[in-house]
Design a protein around this ligand. Structure first.
Ligand code: GAL
Length: 585
């Protein structure tokens, strides 16, 4: 095996494993409520309301500040806080000021504190919100408050001195300051040759931007310790969702959410097929909640509940964005529902697997408790629909009975068998907890353990990458979205491209890996290899359109790797499937 062979087994489960964000972060961020018009009084009042209302006790712990806190970068490279809006930061004789009194106050409430920067030299609001309050001031150099070139010193200040627990790192600085952009041509900002060209992966530089976030992430953990949380805000651009699991604790999958139904659906679609890219410590982030605003305000409880249902089934971070100083009982009841929150925070960390049937959407999430699934149903449209989930989608034995709990109603329903149907009003949703008998009690299908799978290599280059929002490795489907079928029946498994390497965190819990891998296109054969802790334990070859059979001994393996190989001609490799793959106990 060549030394620089990207398909060589690593023997590692190479997602971020610092200990941070073992469940999706929960908290509050001012951006959706106040945008740039943020100040300390508002944030501290919200923090107090979060505690007094009982939301903190339900798990909402992070109070984050977003864009708008930095006044300037001083000549010595340090950042100066805007002390007129954050008065407690004023320290007699200090040019920079300090956020330590602010974070001390949040910590004293039992909360955690988050802050914001940009991976480039300038932030998003500097580019997109000219004229808003709280823009940085001074010369072009002084207004470069982003962390480019200052990752280590900024993270030391933010985590070691100011004691933050969490940082969101935006990316406009490496995307929106090209030599042709108006604020650059006018001389207001320096140009930054773009590493992200929005909507254009081949013209972007995913490697360079991943490198910047990797270095910044190292500094976050160095100065902030094992539980410091890094939120990557590159909106799913430049393949950030694909490398995010190795670099950040959460990574945005889409443009900014807006407070309307269509935007929420788009953000669901940006993430719902991405279960293989999420798990403890590394979460897909379809953006903060818009509950409390627009289509999700107190007058729209159906939509607000649907928004929350979908974020919890997708194991999304739950960052509230409304003004908690003015609480609303109906919204509070939604976002504080303990059984719904428990699904989001389930310890197994599996993101749900989505299915669509017209406007009806079903998402199935395997929970940690034995034989237990959470099922979300969503009506995307404006007329009532019936939605259903089958025992096959749930992985239950045909004919077996399952217990059903309606999570929103907090009610146990009649036992069900083979199929559950629900009727949903316009924009309505339902959330069930279903406990049944797994089809194969001695094994776990890979479909039911996406949190324990990391797509280390997906076989694609940036030149032939799938467009944003499409995932090159999927549970139960090909990268094109067609269900994995054998003998006319859906069989589950993982669909991916050849020349890929998947790391499975087996953790010594399994004895065999069983699968019937298939080659779904192309002209030549593909080799399928199974490694157990870097030792090749089985290798088979299959021709296009054909299946092979694998029964691999993986006893005592911590990490199992599934590698597919075909000599490359530089184009996009054929799709392959680890069909019906399961780990036998
Ligand atoms: C955007 C980001 C928003 C908010 C804003 C601040 O790029 O997606 O969530 O942080 O910048 O300017």
């Amino acid at each position: 095996m060549a030394q620089n062979d990207p398909l060589a087994p690593s023997g590692r489960f190479a997602v971020v494993q610092s200990g941070a964000a073992q469940t999706p972060p929960m908290g509050w961020n001012p951006w959706n409520a106040f945008h740039a018009d943020v100040d300390e009084a508002k944030v501290r009042a919200v923090a107090k309301a979060m505690v007094d209302s009982g939301l903190a006790a339900r798990g909402y712990r992070f109070v984050n500040i977003d864009d708008g806190w930095a006044l300037r970068r001083l000549a010595d490279g340090r950042l100066q806080i805007r002390s007129n809006t954050f008065p407690s930061s004023h320290v007699e004789g200090s040019a920079t000021g300090s956020f330590k009194p602010f974070t001390d106050a949040l910590h004293a409430l039992g909360l955690k504190a988050g802050i914001y920067t940009d991976i480039g030299r300038n932030t998003c609001m500097q580019r997109w919100d000219a004229g808003v309050p709280n823009l940085p001031v001074g010369s072009v150099a002084e207004r470069q408050v982003g962390s480019f070139g200052y990752a280590v010193t900024d993270m030391r200040t933010i985590f070691a001195d100011w004691r933050f627990d969490y940082i969101k790192v935006d990316a406009c600085g490496v995307a929106d300051y090209t030599p042709a952009d108006p604020p650059v041509t006018s001389g207001a900002y320096n140009a930054f040759p773009p590493l992200i060209v929005r909507g254009n992966i081949p013209a972007s530089d995913p490697k360079a931007i991943e490198g910047l976030y990797a270095a910044l992430g190292d500094a976050v953990r160095r100065w902030g310790g094992e539980t410091a949380t890094l939120s990557i805000c590159a909106w799913g651009e430049a393949l950030s969702v694909l490398w995010g699991p190795r670099r950040g604790n959460l990574y945005r999958t889409s443009p900014d959410i807006e407070s309307n139904w269509k935007s929420m659906l788009a953000n669901i679609d940006s993430v719902v097929d991405g279960a293989l890219y999420a798990g403890p410590g590394h979460w897909n982030d379809p953006d903060m909640l818009e509950i409390g605003h627009g289509d999700f305000d107190a007058a729209h409880p159906t939509e607000a509940r649907s928004h929350f249902t979908m974020w919890t089934i997708m194991a999304a971070p739950l960052l509230l964005g409304y003004d908690l100083r003015h609480p609303d009982p109906a919204l509070h009841a939604i976002v504080s529902n303990p059984e719904v929150i428990a699904i989001d925070q389930d310890a197994a960390g599996n993101q749900g697997i989505g299915y669509r049937d017209g406007d009806a959407m079903v998402v199935v999430r395997t929970l940690a408790a034995a034989g237990t699934r959470a099922v979300a149903f969503l009506n995307r449209g404006a007329v009532p629909v019936e939605a259903r989930v089958s025992w096959r989608q749930l992985g239950f034995a045909p004919g077996s009975h399952a217990r059903v709990r309606d999570v929103w109603a907090r009610r146990d329903d009649a036992a069900a068998s083979d199929l559950i149907r629900v009727t949903l009003p316009a924009h309505g949703s339902a959330l069930l907890r279903v406990t049944g008998t797994p089809a194969d009690p001695g094994a776990v299908p890979l479909d039911a353990m996406p949190a324990r799978i990391h797509v280390a290599v997906d076989g694609l280059s940036r030149a032939n990458a799938l467009p944003m929002g499409r995932f090159p490795a999927r549970v139960g489907a090909t990268p094109d979205g067609a269900p994995l079928i054998a003998g006319g029946q859906p069989v589950g498994g993982i669909g991916v491209f050849a020349n890929s390497r998947l790391e499975v965190h087996a953790d010594r819990a399994f004895s065999r890996l069983v699968a019937t891998p298939r080659v779904l296109g192309g002209t030549g054969p593909v080799r399928f290899q199974v490694y157990a802790d870097r030792r090749l334990v089985q290798e088979v070859s299959a021709a296009p359109g054909k299946a092979a059979s694998i029964v691999a001994d993986i006893r005592f393996a911590s990490v199992v790797e599934l590698v597919t190989r075909q000599p490359s001609n530089g184009g996009r490799p054929p799709m392959v499937a680890w069909s019906a793959a399961r780990m036998v106990r």
